[in-house]
Write a new protein. Structure first.
Length: 349
């Protein structure tokens, strides 16, 4: 690891992902473009629906840029949704107001047979690639563009249950009762995710991130095969096609299973949730490679001295190694934009 306090200027996120330690870490926030911003709400209302917003390159570019203009983050993450991949594979997808996503379900081999092959996703997802291309032109030159997708396990939980569930029990039940069908679905999602992320990179994404938001619901017996190994295969395939593009992964809720995750998957950076003690992350994870995280998103609601203290704790514990400042999960709709400004002052001094 290199101390880069006097290094030449450049995109700070890329420098940290290459292993540098910076006196001031790069900052971006998961879900930094979204419902806590009044300008986002206005754009969303004009778009007509959430999916219309995702598939409109002009509007998706605008909402991706909004937090960059307002706050000056060091990275922008593409505005999209992890469930666009199942929709591109042929699943029916809609978003119910106040209830979240609803999908057609996979419950049989006949359902699997009805899905499209992985290579067919580009027809549906072409507007997303156009958004990425627009962002490469519109972003400030010192801001890194991040593409993303859901990890196969997390995407599969929605395709099996047809919606979000408290403990992902329908998908875990399929693992136990019909492993061949589950494996068929995971293989299809994995292949589609490789295609999707690769095309994002071709369009201009400089980093990609895999969100395994429900990794913590997996048992010890299933975690490696269902979370770690698919991410490893996706990372390896992307590295073969795009050797210089870093991969970040968030196995949220992994607990002690964070240890060894970067080595097992090959990702350049491990994103950690707010339940990981930063001192433990420094000793067990940051000694291997860059980490990203892990402020409690509640601090964006609470603000004040509590926010300042939480930031100082993270700086003290993680600031001595390669570190991307972020939250442990996405910023919530009730967050106060003024607290984001306070956060940036606390991080940057």
């Amino acid at each position: 690891m290199t101390d880069a306090r006097d290094a030449a200027p450049g995109k700070t996120l890329l420098r940290v992902l290459a292993g540098e330690t910076l006196a001031t870490p790069p900052v971006w926030l998961m879900r930094q473009a979204g419902r806590y911003l009044p300008e986002y709400k206005a754009e969303r209302a004009e778009a007509g629906s959430f999916l219309d917003l995702c598939y409109d390159p002009a509007r998706a570019t605008e909402v991706t840029l909004q937090p960059i203009r307002r706050f000056g983050f060091d990275a922008a993450i593409l505005f999209a949704d992890i469930l666009l991949v199942p929709q591109a594979l042929g699943a029916d997808l809609r978003f119910e107001v106040g209830e979240g996503p609803r999908l057609s379900t996979i419950a049989s081999n006949a359902d699997m047979d009805a899905l499209k092959p992985a290579e067919a996703v580009h027809e549906t997802l072409s507007p997303i690639y156009e958004t990425v291309g627009r962002l490469t032109e519109a972003l400030p030159k010192d801001v890194t563009l991040i593409g993303f997708a859901g990890a196969p396990w997390t995407v599969a939980t929605y395709m099996i249950a047809g919606k979000g569930t408290p403990d992902q029990a329908p998908a875990r039940k399929m693992i136990a009762e019909n492993r061949p069908l589950f494996d068929r679905l995971m293989t299809r999602i994995e292949a589609a995710t490789i295609e999707y992320l690769s095309r994002q990179i071709e369009a201009g994404a400089e980093v990609v991130k895999l969100f395994d938001s429900w990794a913590g619901s997996l048992s010890w017996a299933d975690f490696d095969a269902v979370s770690t190994q698919p991410i490893r295969r996706i990372t390896a395939a992307l590295r073969e096609r795009h050797p210089t593009v870093p991969v970040i992964a968030l196995p949220r809720g992994a607990g002690a299973r964070y240890e060894g995750f970067a080595e097992a998957t090959g990702v350049q950076c491990t994103a950690i949730d707010q339940f990981v003690p930063p001192a433990w992350a420094r000793e067990r994870l940051q000694s291997v490679g860059p980490v990203q995280g892990n402020l409690d998103p509640l601090m964006m609601v609470v603000g004040g001295d509590a926010l300042d203290r939480a930031v100082e704790t993270l700086k003290a514990e993680l600031g001595g190694g390669p570190w991307v400042f972020n939250l442990g999960h996405g910023i919530t709709p009730d967050a106060d934009p003024a607290n984001v400004e306070r956060l940036l002052r606390a991080v940057r001094g």
